[in-house]
Design a protein around this ligand. Structure first.
Ligand code: KIV
Length: 273
C-alpha cells in the first residue's frame, strides 16, 4: 500500500512548527489516546499528535468532553508519550482545569507536563482565558490555542454547528487569535469555522493555524484518529474524510474469530504447545 515516507526523523519541536509555516509546509496532526495507536501514527510520519479531550467521547463513552478529568488525561497522555519518537505531543487541558482560577490552571499544566512528558498543552478560549494562558507560557510550557467551535463550551452554544458565521463572532475570533499569539501561543487550532475566515486568520498570524473543518488555506490539518479510520459509524460531519473503514474490518475479523471458535477450527494443530 502506498504510504507517506518521512525522511526527516528529527523530533518535531514548537520551533519547527514555526519553520514549517515559514516555508509553506503543511503540518499534519492526528489525535491518539493509547500506546499502540500512537506508535502507528508516529511511525507513519505524522508531525504532531494531540491527546485530545475527545478521549472523553471516543475512549470513555461520554456524550461530551466535559466529564474527563486531569487524572484521566494524564493516563492517556503518558501512554501516548511512551510510544512517540518523532511527533510533537500536545495534551488537552480538560474542562475545569483552568477556567476557575489562573494558578490552578498553571498547576494543572505543570502536572500534565511533569507526569506525561508531553511537549505542550492545548487550551480552548480567547480573551476570557488569556490571563491563565500567559501565566502557563511564562512557566515555560508551550500552549496551543483553540478557537471556533470549542466543545468544552457546548452547553453555552447548544449545538455543534459551524461557528463565527456572523460578523460579530468572526471579529471576536480574529481579535482572540491575535491575543493568543501575543500571549505566546505557539500555534492555534481553528475548529468548524468558515474557510474564508480561517484563511484570513492564518494569513494574519505568524504562528501556524491548524484547521479541523476550517478549509485548506490554513497551515495544517487535524482529525480525530478514530473518525478518519472509520471506527465510529455514526459520526459523519462534512469536513471528515474517511481513510479506512476499520469498523467493517474489525467487525469482519471478530466475526470470523467467533465462527472459528464455535466451529472448533481455532486453535488448530499449529497453534498449540
Ligand atoms: O479533543 C480533540 O480531539 C480536539 C480536536 C478536535 C482538535 O480538540
Amino acid at each position: 500500500m502506498a504510504g507517506y515516507i518521512c525522511e526527516d526523523t528529527r523530533k518535531v519541536t514548537t520551533h519547527r512548527f514555526l519553520e514549517m509555516k515559514g516555508r509553506g509546509e503543511k503540518i499534519s496532526m492526528l489525535t491518539s489516546y493509547d500506546f499502540t495507536t500512537a506508535g502507528i501514527v508516529d511511525g507513519a510520519g505524522i508531525d504532531a499528535i494531540l491527546v485530545g479531550d475527545s478521549a472523553s467521547n471516543v475512549m470513555l463513552g461520554n456524550v461530551t468532553t466535559l466529564p474527563i478529568t486531569v487524572d484521566e488525561m494524564i493516563v492517556f497522555g503518558r501512554s501516548v508519550v511512551k510510544a512517540v519518537k518523532r511527533a510533537l505531543v500536545v495534551i488537552d487541558m480538560p474542562f475545569g482545569a483552568y477556567q476557575s482560577e489562573p494558578y490552578e490552571g498553571v498547576r494543572n499544566a505543570i502536572r500534565i507536563m511533569k507526569e506525561t512528558g508531553a511537549d505542550a498543552v492545548k487550551m480552548e478560549g480567547g480573551e476570557e482565558v488569556i490571563d491563565v494562558i500567559g501565566k502557563i507560557v511564562n512557566a515555560g510550557i508551550p500552549v496551543m490555542g483553540h478557537l471556533g467551535l470549542m466543545p468544552q463550551s457546548i452547553n453555552k452554544y447548544g449545538s455543534y454547528a459551524v461557528r463565527a458565521k456572523d460578523d460579530a463572532e468572526a471579529e471576536k475570533l480574529i481579535h482572540d487569535a491575535h491575543l493568543l499569539e501575543e500571549a505566546g501561543c505557539f500555534s492555534l487550532v481553528l475548529e468548524k469555522v468558515p474557510a474564508a475566515l480561517a484563511a484570513r486568520v492564518a494569513g494574519e498570524l505568524r504562528i501556524p493555524v491548524i484547521g479541523i473543518g476550517a478549509g485548506h488555506d490554513v497551515d495544517g490539518q487535524v482529525l480525530v484518529v478514530t473518525d478518519m479510520l472509520g471506527m465510529n459509524k455514526g459520526f459523519t460531519p462534512k469536513f471528515l474524510r474517511r481513510y479506512a473503514d476499520l469498523n467493517a474490518i474489525m467487525t469482519d475479523a471478530i466475526g470470523q474469530y467467533i465462527k472459528d471458535v464455535k466451529s472448533k477450527d481455532f486453535p488448530n494443530e499449529n497453534e498449540l504447545y
